[in-house]
Design a protein around this ligand. Sequence first.
Ligand code: ZN
Ligand code: ZN
Ligand code: FE
Length: 759
Amino acid sequence: MIGAGPPIAASLARRVRARVDGVVQGVGFRPFVHRLAAEHGLAGFVRNDARGVEIEVEGAADAVERFLEALRSDGPPLASVDAVHRAAIEVRGSETFEISPSVGGAADALVSADAATCADCLAELRDPADRRHRYPFVNCTNCGPRFTIVRSVPYDRPATTMAGFTMCAACQTEYDDPADRRFHAQPNACPACGPKAWVHGGRPAEAGDLDAVGLAAALLRDGAILAVKGIGGFHLACRADDEAAVARLRARKHREERPFALMAADLEAARALVALDDEEVALLTSPARPIVLARRLAGAPVAASVAPGSRELGVMLPYSPLHHLLAGDAGGPLVMTSGNLSDEPIAFTDADALARLEAIADAFLLHDRPIHTRTDDSVVRVIGGRGAVLRRSRGLVPASLALPVAAGRPVLACGAELKSTFCVARGSRAWVSHHVGDLRNAETLGSFREGIAHFERLFDVVPEVVAHDLHPDYLSTGYALDREGVELVAVQHHHAHLAACLAEHGVPGPAVGAIYDGTGYGADGTAWGGEILVGDLVSFERAGHLAAVRLPGGDRAVREPWRMACSWLVAAGGPAGDVPLHLRAHVDQERWTAVARLAASGFAAPVTTSMGRLFDAVAALCGIHPVVTYEGQAAIQLEALADAGTDGAYFFEADLDARPLILEILADLDAGTAPAVVSARLHRAVAGATAGACAAAASSAGLGIVVLSGGVFQNRLLAALTRDALEALGLRVLMPERLPANDGGISYGQAAVAAARGG
Ligand code: ZN
Ligand code: ZN
Ligand code: FE
């Protein structure tokens, strides 16, 4: 019990009960309320319950008003107040203000996302006189792990993976003191009582009396590859400027060609790697600390094999004290790539990491704070001046999103398959999961199932409606069909992309959508992916699409883009007989002829309208990645190559028939035009044709809004050109920002559709 101001004459006093909705647990909200009540001389109490925070205050009427005002406006940095509901109640004559124990009940609390180490904690970490000097787990109510350590709600220490650590007297005093910045900081810890780090399986040349992180950093300086346990899982780390180490890491990760993410010790170090505008700096230094894809600087001190052929680098800043120490001691930028073999999910338990990463890592930096939910780093890129999330995960999840049309019954949306996420929704709130990954991996499918159960508990959603993709073979569809006693809602893939973007912007539609991606199951059972739709959250019509071509060899045509080049040439009736100029070094005549035959006959060659595959085809004609190791690789390279300085565009009309375009590109390349020029002209042609197609659909439907989504619009050049062209025509353009344009956004779109259909 803590004394408040002087008692107020009961006749003048008011008592108000307030409920605060939003992210208010695990973010220092109760001590904030306590301070605020003291400042305004109010009595009463605050407590966490299963729905958020409940407050009763009593005192002078104007003080109560000012208090309620400040609740909304002055909250702690990680809190996010959506609404304050108030009701006048009977005065009780309370004389003190207390922080009461949490009450349980139905779990409805909003758990916050993991947040990067705050400035105060960082100062302690670096202060030799502080009891937490160089302690890799320092945190407070404003920072530290949250979502990744939460087992259930209400968010209190026993419900986290800190349950096994009993606080020492000093930590307990901080935890109990409402005036302390660690009051009720659930992961509060110190070297005497908290988690510990250690190095397993390696010893640096100069060990001296280094602590665990110091030893790990010395190993990195010696050229070692380290598996590092962090917040949401393991990273594989090495010095980014050590070509031998990076090449070894790449070789051990098995034919992995994706660019490696980097961690720079601080903003200044990041500026030596990439060019950063204000928006990119804001993203890089935000509490979510995502990986930011930004333009690589010539002369960046980074080994060639970090991101071969890429004009961009993915850079992040340290987001845990352990990372701050490690990146600071390592003496240069670090590769920090996810701790897995290609196509596997990242390791997040010690046993799993030791088993799976043993053949990759020379040593391990481990700690004994368990990770409850495996969570990858989030990835963002600035597209058209705005931050766009490409992978929504650690630091961003589980923040809720609104639904423009509230769900009448609780909804589970199962998402797509490759960049899988799921979404639970209740009323006008939706919680989209962290990036789960490729469900065709058995372990990932297991995390998908467990993740759904976890979210259902955390957010008290008992699904009565289950939304899923139309694709009968998606494992997420299979999961949905196995749920018993629910109403199923099937949502077409590209409609879900459209709905996700509309819903994120709070727009119910109708609108026109250009939805371009690799593939999605069409309403007619064929593979769609270059779609002009007109629709709203409930339904849609297909207003146009890219000309259909064959996928010779089915999925093999995705892994081998040269097959798409062949297919497009066959479709265009062009000279498909001989291997084109830039492909001669990669494909022999016999295979080319066989694939041309498949494309012409349609045998083992389903049709597709995929825009992603068109970009693949053009990349292959340019000799860029005739074979890829991950979807989108060739298209990403083609974008990187585009020479924006050249002018001209290919002939590509609003009917989206790309056959003349392909013939023109072939002729251009045969005439010796550089692929960089071809790429720029392709981007302009696709942007122009898309704007034309959308404008035509908008005018015939009498609409003024155009959505650009689907994974292809992660192409920054295409997105910017298309947006500019549409805006020049007076149309309002919406693009995904908080959710990925790729299939990571599908689950939210499905939930928005299910809710709008009266789910
Ligand atoms: Zn802190
Ligand atoms: Zn302690
Ligand atoms: Fe898609």
